[in-house]
Ligand binder design. Structure first.
Ligand code: GLA
Length: 391
C-alpha cells in the first residue's frame, strides 16, 4: 500500500496499448490531510498538513510537436490540446493538466509536447486534494520532459495559479504545497504569506493518522468557500480603520480582535475570531507535535473543530458525527474536520491499538446517525511529489 509509484505499472500497460511505445518519464504526487490550520491559508496564516500515501501517477513520453495527448485512465477519457492553447477546456478534468502547462509557460518555462496517461488512488470528492495531486504530478512531468529544474515551492505556486485562474477555484496554497513538499513521518508547518516552511517530526510513536470520509460532498461547498473568503476580506477592511498596518487576518492577534470587534458585524466577528485563534492553535500544535505532547494536540484539534463548526460554520452534521464518534472512542488522541468542509473527511490521531475499536464504532454508530457509511483510511505521513525517468 505504501509503495510509491505503485500505479506506474498499470499506467505503463495502458500507455503502451494506446501509443504503441513505452513511456520514458514518470511522476507521482500525493493527496493530503490537514492536521490543523483550517481556512487560514488564504488569510496569509499558518497550516500544518501531512501528505498521505494515496497518489496520482503520470507516465509520459515527449512528442516531437507541441501537442499534449492525455489519457485519464480512471475516468476513461482522452483529450488533446496544443501547448499554446490558453482557452480552458470545457471538460473540467482537462483543465488541471492544461492549466499547469499554461501557467508554467506564463512563468517563462519552455515546454515540450507529451503523450501522457495518468491515474491513481487519491479519493475524489473527499477533501483530500486529489486535484492538487493531479496538478503537482503534471508540473513534475512537464518539468522533467523539458529538463527544467522546478523547486517544490515554485511547483506549488504554479499549481495554485492553475487552480485559481484556470480551473477557477479560489483556493489557498496549502494543498499544492504539501503535495509538492510533504515528508515521510513529518507534518509541514507552512507560513502561507512568506511560504517559509518547516517539516515537523510527528513525535507520537505508535500513533496512526486516521482519515474518516463521511461519503458526503455538498455542491454548496464552493459558493460558501467564496463567501468565507469575502467575509474575511471585509473584516480586514473594517479593522484597518483601527489597525492601519494590517494586510490580512494573519496580522491580527486575538487581543487586537477583542479590542476592535465593535467595527465588525456579527458574521465578520465570528469568521475573524476563528481565523485568529486557529492561527495561534496551529503554531502551538507544531510545538506540541514536536514535543510529542499528545494531550495538547488532542485539545487543540478539538478546539479547532468546534471553532470551524460554531464560528466559521463550515462543518456538517456528518462531520460532527464522525468527530464525536472518534473523540468518544478510547485511544483517540484528537479528531477534527479537515479541508474546506460541508462534507468530505475528518482526521483523527489514534493509538495503533485503538484503530480497530474506532473502525467498529464508526461502522455501528455512523450509519445510525447519518444513514450512510464512512470510509476509513489508516496511514502515516507520506513523502511529497517526485519524478523519475523510466527504463
Ligand atoms: C480547501 C482549499 C485550501 C484551504 C482549505 C481550508 O482545501 O483548497 O486551500 O483553504 O480548503 O483550509
Amino acid at each position: 500500500m505504501n509503495d510509491r509509484y505503485r500505479h506506474v505499472e498499470a499506467l505503463t500497460r495502458a500507455f503502451e496499448q494506446r501509443f504503441g511505445k513505452a513511456p520514458t518519464l514518470a511522476a507521482r504526487a500525493p493527496g493530503r490531510v490537514n492536521l490543523i490550520g483550517e481556512h487560514t491559508d488564504y488569510n496569509d496564516g499558518w497550516v500544518m498538513p501531512v501528505a498521505i500515501p494515496y497518489e496520482v501517477n503520470v507516465v509520459a513520453a515527449p512528442r516531437a510537436d507541441e501537442q499534449v495527448c492525455l489519457v485519464a485512465h480512471d475516468l476513461g477519457e482522452e483529450a488533446t490540446f496544443a501547448l499554446d492553447d490558453t482557452q480552458p477546456s470545457e471538460d473540467l478534468w482537462q483543465r488541471y493538466p492544461q492549466g499547469i502547462a499554461v501557467k508554467m509557460q506564463e512563468a517563462v518555462h519552455q515546454l515540450t509536447g507529451l503523450d501522457a496517461v495518468y491515474g491513481g488512488d487519491v479519493p475524489r470528492g473527499a477533501s483530500l486534494s486529489s486535484s492538487a495531486a493531479v496538478e503537482v504530478a503534471f508540473a513534475g512531468v512537464f518539468a522533467l520532459a523539458a529538463d527544467i529544474l522546478l523547486p517544490g515551492p515554485e511547483i506549488a505556486t504554479i499549481a495554485r495559479l492553475a487552480e485559481n485562474e484556470f480551473v477557477g477555484v479560489p483556493t489557498g496554497v496549502m494543498d499544492q504545497f504539501i503535495s509538492a513538499l510533504g515528508k515521510e513521518g513529518h507534518a509541514l508547518l507552512l507560513d502561507c504569506r512568506s511560504l517559509d516552511y518547516r517539516h515537523i517530526p510527528i513525535n507520537l510513536p505508535g500513533v496512526s493518522i486516521v482519515v474518516m470520509d463521511t461519503g458526503v460532498h455538498r455542491e454548496l461547498a464552493n459558493s460558501e468557500y467564496r463567501k468565507r473568503r469575502a467575509d474575511c476580506e471585509a473584516a480586514v477592511e473594517r479593522l484597518r480603520s483601527r489597525l492601519p498596518n494590517i494586510r490580512a487576518l494573519r496580522d491580527v492577534t486575538p487581543e487586537d480582535l477583542e479590542a476592535n470587534a465593535d467595527v465588525l458585524d456579527e458574521t465578520q466577528r465570528k469568521r475573524a475570531s476563528h481565523v485568529v485563534t486557529e492561527n495561534a492553535r496551529t503554531l502551538e500544535a507544531a510545538e506540541a507535535l514536536e514535543a510529542g505532547d499528545a494531550a495538547r494536540i488532542g485539545a487543540l484539534m478539538q478546539q479547532s473543530h468546534e471553532s470551524l463548526r460554531d464560528r466559521y460554520e463550515v462543518s456538517a452534521p456528518e462531520l460532527d458525527a464522525v468527530v464525536e464518534i472518534a473523540t468518544g472512542t478510547e485511544g483517540v488522541i484528537g479528531a477534527r474536520m479537515t479541508g474546506g468542509g460541508f462534507g468530505g473527511a475528518a482526521v483523527a490521531l489514534v493509538q495503533d491499538g485503538a484503530v480497530d475499536g474506532l473502525k467498529q464504532a464508526l461502522a455501528t454508530e455512523y450509519p445510525r446517525r447519518s444513514g450512510r457509511e464512512a470510509t476509513v483510511f489508516v496511514c502515516q505521513a507520506a513523502e511529497g511529489a517526485e519524478t523519475r525517468r523510466l527504463g
